[in-house]
Design a protein around this ligand. Structure first.
Ligand SMILES: Nc1ncnc2c1ncn2[C@@H]1O[C@H](COP(=O)(O)OP(=O)(O)OP(=O)(O)O)[C@@H](O)[C@H]1O
Length: 257
């Protein structure tokens, strides 16, 4: 298997924010990452590298370790050993700076149930030091189709609506890196179209992203690199541009048991 950095397509335009003298700057760099729960190893010696401006899809069966990996990247869980760097910042020492640079959308929305939609966004806006937070929040609510629910409490919204607000929360501080745990779960067709559009906009701004999904077709369509985890190991890695859906399905069947 090739290492990530060797397989990157070169025809993709350089991200707008990349420094001229740092063409190989990495959005995500994971080295020798291990994590156990009790005696049970959940991540085993993970090595991954994602150049800035690129998108990585993380695939694998239930329990393969995808959420655990994302939570470590988001600073919500500690690595057992090894190192994790985001945009060159080491998660052991620079977690606050890293948090400013990532947007996380997960199974849990990380919203306050008793606050309204807008109150939630204003709270997180303050936390992240977002300038003109009210204008930014209103613009994002419009973007995710939730502007009419701005004054409603989170607890009265449907799961898909909460997910849309979670997207607005994640994008509020214009993060350079999106970490998305099954962003396509629980959404209707409109919701999935919205997610695809938000991902495309993030990429067009030069942003990077790592997302998990169980949908191989979307993994291929939305990514530059595909990674399959099995029992906490990277068992497959390939450029999306040179892989067909049939090949991916075949390889997935072979490596995921
Ligand atoms: N807090 C925890 N305590 C103990 N074990 C845990 C904990 N969180 C996860 N695990 C275990 O770690 C393993 C990996 O879980 P993880 O949620 O990372 O898998 P996943 O690939 O995201 O699965 P899914 O596709 O079902 O979301 C599982 O065996 C799970 O039981």
């Amino acid at each position: 298997m090739s290492r990530a950095g060797e397989r990157i397509a070169t025809d993709r335009p350089a991200p707008a924010h990349s420094a001229v003298d740092a063409p190989t700057a990495l959005a995500i760099e994971i080295s020798n990452l291990k994590k156990s729960y009790g005696l049970k190893p959940v991540l085993r010696n993970i090595q991954l590298a994602l150049p800035q401006g690129q998108r990585m899809a993380l695939l694998g069966a239930n329990g393969a370790g995808k959420t655990t990996l994302l939570r470590i990247l988001a600073g919500l869980s500690k690595a057992g050993s090894g190192t994790v760097c985001l945009n060159g910042l080491d998660s052991r020492y620079e977690l606050q700076e890293i948090r400013q640079q990532i947007g996380f959308v997960a199974h849990q929305p990380y919203l306050y149930e008793e606050l309204t939609v807008l109150e939630n966004l204003l709270f997180f806006g303050q936390l992240y030091g977002v300038k003109q937070a009210r204008e930014r929040a209103n613009a994002l609510l419009q973007r995710v189709g939730m502007e009419r629910r701005a004054k409603e409490r989170i607890r009265v919204l449907s799961r898909g609506q909460v997910q849309r607000v979670a997207w607005a929360r994640a994008l509020l501080h214009s993060p350079q890196i999106l970490l998305l745990d099954e962003p396509d779960t629980g959404l209707d067709q409109d919701g999935n179209d919205l997610v695809a559009a938000l991902l495309a906009e993030h990429s067009a701004r030069g942003g990077s992203m790592l997302f998990t999904t169980h949908n191989l077709e979307r993994a291929l369509a939305w990514s530059d690199q595909l990674v399959i985890l099995a029992s906490g190991r990277v068992v497959y890695q390939h450029d999306a541009a040179t892989l067909s859906l049939e090949e991916l399905q075949q390889r997935y069947r072979e490596v995921v048991k």
